[in-house]
Design a protein around this ligand. Structure first.
Ligand code: 4NP
Length: 147
């Protein structure tokens, strides 16, 4: 798939999904792919990403500082072709809002058999782990689309 819309989803849309948004956008810049991100909760709506996410992204050459958090909405099922979530809690929360089988089929864990764990309450090292996991997953997805 070299064109389409991808939505990255976590809980707060300030730590993990902004990284996934920035990384996927960066890796797919030669394709006609639109990337966005959202949180299942509305705690941080309108906020820029967590400074620790901004910092690790910048250290790896990706600017996510201008992103603004928003909550996932039901209309996102129509607006996006793929909805990637970070953990099983995100998966359950998004699937609860699905209306059709088509909606449900768009949703998958970013890492097929692992979670991108919430780094919010930990230290900087957690954000490095999260970055590396997300980058690997995004590379795998894009590679699979190239085949
Ligand atoms: P995220 O991390 O889901 O990766 O954006 C979190 C950010 C904020 C909160 C939880 C997780 N919070 O509880 O405020």
């Amino acid at each position: 798939m070299k064109k389409g819309n991808v939505l990255m989803v976590c809980l707060g849309n300030i730590c993990r999904s902004p990284l996934a948004h920035g990384i996927f956008e960066h890796l797919s810049k030669d394709y006609s792919i639109t990337v966005d991100s959202a949180g299942t909760a509305n705690y941080h709506t309108g906020n820029t990403p967590d400074s620790r996410s901004i910092k690790i992204a910048a250290a790896r050459g990706i600017n996510i500082a201008n992103q603004k958090a928003r909550q996932f909405i039901v209309a996102d099922f129509d607006a996006f072709d793929y909805i990637f979530v970070m953990d099983h809690e995100n998966l359950n929360n998004v699937l609860k809002l699905a209306k059709t089988e088509l909606d449900r089929n768009k949703v998958r864990l970013l890492l097929e058999s692992d979670e991108v764990e919430d780094p919010y309450y930990g230290g900087d090292q957690g954000f490095e782990i999260v970055f590396d996991k997300i980058e690997k997953a995004c590379k795998n997805i894009i590679e699979s689309w190239n085949q």
